[in-house]
Unconditional design. Structure first.
Length: 176
């Protein structure tokens, strides 16, 4: 639009005093957007992957990170419940990074734990956001202890190894 003189037309119409705009950063951004980039496969493991907008902020953050690093982000949407049922190898084998975003409730948790285990076993970068970090702590504790008992008190109130605990003010709530 600047090449078409729109900026100067607005300045003239409004009788403004303006200097020549420095559009170099904008032009650099546009050229980066248009340039082809090497793709990177990122698995997003969650409960609500059918509802892409449930993870809108994560998707947008990845898009911006990809732009900054000259990469095209190829999101692999993986239902955590599918990992519980089918295992992780087939669903995560093309992932170059794994993200487990926030959420709540026990549904799909064991699948998220499998994703964290897969990332650790295969030395794949893993980003746990909120619940995703809780899951990573649970998985690591289970690995270190060689036991399936470490857990969050949100999911198992009687776990002998509560590696994640509810805040005191949440313990009395009925719908956690």
């Amino acid at each position: 639009m600047e090449e078409e003189g729109l900026g100067q037309l607005i300045v003239d119409k409004l009788s403004l005093k303006a200097h020549q705009p420095d559009l170099s950063q904008w032009q650099e951004l546009v050229s980066r957007l248009k340039a082809p980039h090497e793709p990177v496969n990122i698995a997003l493991v969650g409960k609500y992957v059918e509802l892409k907008d449930a993870y809108f902020s994560v998707r947008e953050a990845l898009r911006h990170a990809g732009l900054y690093h000259n990469r095209d982000i190829n999101l692999l949407w993986v239902r955590s419940e599918d990992l519980e049922r089918d295992g992780s190898d087939a669903l995560l084998d093309s992932a170059q990074g794994i993200i487990v975003p926030g959420g709540f409730g026990i549904r799909g948790i064991e699948g998220m734990i499998k994703a964290a285990s897969y990332a650790r076993d295969n030395e794949i970068p893993y980003l746990g956001l909120c619940l995703g970090m809780h899951v990573m702590v649970i998985e690591f504790a289970r690995y270190v202890l060689g036991s399936t008992e470490p857990n969050s008190t949100e999911f198992d109130t009687s776990t002998p190894y509560p590696v994640i605990d509810l805040l005191p003010e949440q313990k009395e709530m009925e719908n956690k």
